[in-house]
Design a protein around this ligand. Structure first.
Ligand code: PLP
Length: 367
């Protein structure tokens, strides 16, 4: 049993993916080919944003907007303590200082009250992460940002296709960044990402930064990066988008089935994931909290069920970050999460028999 079955998805889409890849091989525009603009149009439509820019990774999708917004040395950026390391890494890469704050333990997303306490005259931006596929409290975050004149960059690496009230993930603040790493809900066959905004000036700046800071070829008006997404990856994503909405529905059905099967487990410390009623998760992960993770994980491994921990340490507790970006706020809830969370297999093509086996292993581990 795989943790994520990407091969089953490929089988289902094989003829479309193969023919789109072959088209790229035949036309030969391997960088900046026509599939790039085609994908950007589709992504913009799908998220309801004016502009979408395909880029080389989710990491670049965070670096590029920070560069475009002029975030750098001397600036503080408030973010959650509990995320994949790229969230803090990119803040450091542009020379700014990550200010880690605690989470709301119900959703594992950034706690709005903790953000407010961390704002100083040096604060330039807030980066909420839509962890496990669920968006953070974007209305409250945007209102707070407006009051203090801050930028809000949504780290939507795990939440492509998620929604919050009437807005799609990546379209709920000035700029959103997603990842197409293969294991993300919408993944390509290598590294990839995209940036979204409704702001024309910001889009122009980000487009130039993505292309070595050039307005036109060999004319460089800003510092940039090589942040383009290969044409072949855009072609693959165009095929994958064809059934993406169906995949999101499947993920929801699988999550619902897990939730109802685990409702009977009353052990203190066993917590199923909560999605707030005004939002829809894309279930990048189905993540439980358990009282004794090592014991639980061993029992599942013995039953042939793969699991994964997202994430075993908070970002400021990682060695380099502890040394260079020490934590200045209480992050005890994030630390508690890092010690207790564990994710179960989750992918749209999971069959009922496989899920039944996982459910049985979880119920038996909690007895
Ligand atoms: C995966 C991820 C990233 C980075 O994306 P890459 O495409 O791997 O560079 C950033 N933030 C979060 C929350 C992620 O999960």
């Amino acid at each position: 049993m795989p943790f994520i079955d990407l091969k089953a998805q490929y089988k289902a889409l094989k003829s479309s993916i193969d023919s789109r890849i072959q088209k790229v091989l035949d036309h030969g525009a391997y960088v900046n080919g026509p599939e790039v603009a085609e994908l950007e149009t589709k992504l913009a439509q799908h998220t309801g944003t004016k502009y979408a820019l395909a880029c080389a990774s989710g990491t670049d999708a965070l670096v590029i907007p920070m560069m475009a917004l002029g975030i750098g040395p001397g600036d503080e950026v408030i973010t959650t303590a509990f995320s994949f390391i790229a969230t803090a890494e990119t803040i450091c890469l542009v020379g700014a200082k990550p200010i880690y704050v605690d989470i709301d333990p119900a959703t594992y997303n950034i706690d709005i009250k903790a953000i407010e306490k961390a704002i100083t005259p040096k604060t330039k931006a807030i980066i909420p992460v839509s962890l496990y596929g669920q968006m953070a409290d974007m209305d409250e975050i945007n209102a707070l940002a407006k009051k203090h004149n801050l930028h809000v960059i949504e780290d939507a690496a795990q939440s492509y296709g998620a929604s919050y009230k009437d807005r799609k993930s990546s379209n709920a603040s000035i700029v959103g960044a997603t990842s197409f790493f293969p294991a993300k809900p919408l993944g390509c066959y290598g590294d990839g990402g995209a940036i979204f905004t409704n702001d024309e000036k910001l889009n122009k700046a980000m487009k130039e930064i993505r292309e070595h800071g050039s307005e036109t070829r060999y004319y460089h008006t800003r510092l940039g990066v090589n942040g383009r997404l290969d044409t072949i990856q855009c072609a693959i994503l165009l095929s994958k988008l064809e059934r993406y909405d169906w995949e999101v529905e499947q993920r929801q059905k699988i999550a619902d089935r897990y939730n109802s099967a685990f409702a009977a487990i009353k052990t203190p410390g066993f917590v199923v994931p909560l999605v707030k009623s005004d939002r829809k998760s894309v279930w990048a992960q189905y993540t439980l909290a358990v009282p004794n993770r090592a014991d639980f994980q061993k029992k599942l491994t013995d039953a042939g069920v793969p699991t994964s921990v997202h994430y075993p340490r908070t970002m400021p507790d990682q060695p380099w970050y502890k040394e260079n970006t020490p934590c200045t706020h209480d992050i005890s809830k994030a630390r508690h999460a890092a010690d207790h969370v564990i994710s179960l297999p989750m992918y749209p093509d999971m069959d009922t028999a496989t899920q039944d086996k996982i459910i049985a292993a979880v119920i038996s581990a909690m007895k």
